[in-house]
Write a protein that binds this ligand. Structure first.
Ligand code: THU
Length: 130
């Protein structure tokens, strides 16, 4: 699957966003090395801190289904601009998809490809706790 198709999947995932508090919908779709797609959206809560971002929803779903090799993740939002992951999601990505590519897309149908290392340099990882 190419990046444009993965972006389409992320847009589909965004339709399921549960975001009555922020009204900011986010969609993410990842593809494994074997070609399976897992989608995620942001899921908010009246207790705001219990909110789960779209990126972690997609990633946790993949891990919960036994996946370990993530090739790439596309991310879109209702804001229409490139939307970059929050700090918590970056940390989770560094752990669970360290070599995965990130594809950010905006409403102009442009996209950018970045690495986890670019968005979270000098990260704290399991290597540091040995
Ligand atoms: N959000 C995401 O799902 N992913 C991001 O990359 C940034 C923020 C969500 C969390 C919350 O539901 C809403 O966007 C506003 O912060």
């Amino acid at each position: 699957m190419d990046y444009l198709n993965l972006i389409k999947e992320a847009k589909l995932a965004m339709q399921n966003s549960y975001s009555p508090y922020s009204n900011f919908a986010v969609g993410a779709a990842l593809i494994t090395k074997k070609g399976k797609v897992y989608k995620g959206c942001n899921i908010e809560n009246a207790s705001y801190g219990a909110t789960n971002c779209a990126e972690r929803t997609a990633l946790f779903s993949a891990i919960a289904n036994g996946e370990s090799e993530i090739e790439a993740m596309a991310i879109v939002s209702s804001g229409g601009e490139f939307t970059y992951p929050c700090g918590i999601c970056r940390q989770v990505m560094a752990e669970l998809m360290p070599n995965g590519k990130l594809i950010f897309s905006n409403d102009e149908k442009e996209y950018k490809v970045m690495t986890i290392d670019e968005i979270l340099p000098y990260s704290f990882t399991k290597e540091d706790i040995r």
